[in-house]
Ligand binder design. Structure first.
Ligand SMILES: [Zn+2]
Length: 318
C-alpha cells in the first residue's frame, strides 16, 4: 500500500489520528501468544466471479465508483477501445468515497457474542465505510462452514446470489485467538473493501523463486501449479492499482512467505494486523470526514421576507 509519508503529505491524517493509531498499534503486541487453535494450513484466496460475469462486474464497479475505471486513472488509450474482457482485468473494485454502511449477516446460526466480535474486527479499519449487523440478508454474508479464508473483492460482492456467502472464515469460534481475528478477519475485510493482495505487487512477486514457490504451496496447502501461478506468481497489473507507489511487505494484505522460496533468501514478512500504511492508504480511498462546507447561506432570491416570516410565527399543530 502507499507510503505513510505520501499520505501525510496529502494531509489526510492529522497528528491526533496518528497518536490514536500509535496507541492502537501499541496494543497489538499484548495478545500475541494467546492460547487457542490456529489452522496453519489455511490460507487466503481472493474469490473470482465466474468468467461470464467479469465484464458485468467491471461495469458495476465503474458505475458505483468511476475511479475504478482504468480510463479514469489513465485516460483513453491510443488505438481505440480495448476489448471489454481486457478492461475488466484493469478495473479496480473500490466502493466510492461517499461514507456508507455495508450490512453484515451470517449464513449459519451464530451467537451474538461471536457476531459482535467479528464485526468489531471488520470495523477496525476505522474508515468511511462501516459495517453493521442486520437481521436480514446482509450485503456482506459470512460463512464459517466453507473451506479456507476468502472474500470476493469490493463491489463484486453485489453480484453474488443472496443465498451464498461473500466471505468465509473457516472454523472461527470464540476460542480462536485474538491474533487470528486481527490477521484474518481484518485481511478478509480488506478484500471486501476492494484491496487486493499486496504480495501480488510486481516487486514482491519478482523476489520469488518460481519452482520453489510452486513446490512450497503444493506441500503446504496442496495447491496445483496453476493455483500457485494465479494466486501467488502472477503480478497485478500496476495500472489497476490505485495510488500505491510502493509495495509494503508488512501490509495486512500481504502473505507471509518464507525465506526458503525467495531468491534473496529473505522472507516476505507479511502483515499480522492493519499497519499505519494500510490505514493511511485506506483513509485516502475511504475518508472518514468530508471537508467542512459552509451550509449557512443560500441564493438571495430565496430570502424570506418579514411578511412571510410573520406567517410562520404562529403555526397550527395538527
Ligand atoms: Zn487474501
Amino acid at each position: 500500500m502507499s507510503t505513510l509519508s505520501d499520505h501525510m503529505r496529502n494531509g489526510d491524517a492529522g497528528p491526533t489520528d496518528d497518536h490514536a493509531d500509535a496507541a492502537e498499534l501499541a496494543d497489538i503486541g499484548a495478545d500475541v501468544g494467546t492460547d487457542g487453535p490456529v489452522d496453519d494450513d489455511v490460507t487466503c484466496v481472493v474469490q473470482d466471479l465466474p468468467a461470464r460475469l467479469r465484464v458485468r462486474a467491471a461495469e458495476l464497479a465503474a458505475t458505483i465508483n468511476p475511479v475504478n475505471s482504468p480510463f479514469t486513472q489513465a485516460g483513453l488509450p491510443d488505438g481505440g477501445l480495448p476489448d471489454p474482457a481486457d478492461l475488466a482485468v484493469l478495473t479496480s473494485k473500490y466502493w466510492g468515497r461517499r461514507r456508507r454502511t455495508l450490512t453484515v449477516s451470517f449464513v449459519e446460526s451464530t451467537a451474538a457474542e461471536l457476531r459482535q466480535r467479528i464485526l468489531g474486527h471488520m470495523n477496525a479499519w476505522g474508515i468511511g465505510v462501516r459495517f453493521a449487523l442486520t437481521s436480514g440478508v446482509g450485503q456482506v454474508r459470512i460463512s464459517r462452514a466453507g473451506q479456507g479464508y476468502w472474500s470476493y473483492l469490493g463491489t463484486d460482492i453485489l453480484l453474488i446470489p443472496r443465498d451464498r456467502p461473500t466471505m468465509n472464515l473457516q472454523g472461527f469460534t470464540m476460542a480462536t485467538p485474538e491474533r487470528e481475528y486481527k490477521r484474518v478477519v481484518r485481511h478478509e475485510t480488506g478484500h471486501t473493501l476492494g484491496f487486493p493482495h499486496e504480495h501480488l505487487r510486481r516487486s514482491l512477486v519478482g523476489r520469488l523463486d518460481v519452482a520453489k514457490t510452486i513446490a512450497y504451496f503444493r506441500t503446504t496447502y496442496g495447491w496445483s501449479e496453476q493455483q500457485t501461478r494465479s494466486n501467488v506468481l502472477t503480478p497485478l497489473e500496476e495500472s489497476s492499482i490505485m495510488g500505491t507507489p510502493n509495495a509494503d511487505q508488512d501490509s495486512i494484505m500481504c502473505y507471509q512467505l518464507p525465506a526458503q522460496i525467495t531468491k534473496d533468501g529473505q522472507p516476505i514478512r507479511g502483515g499480522l494486523d492493519i499497519n499505519l500504511t494500510d490505514r493511511g492508504f485506506a483513509r485516502t480511498i475511504y475518508p472518514r470526514f468530508w471537508p467542512f462546507v459552509d451550509q449557512t447561506d443560500w441564493d438571495q432570491s430565496a430570502d424570506v421576507s418579514i411578511e412571510s416570516a410573520l406567517t410562520q410565527e404562529h403555526v397550527t399543530v395538527g
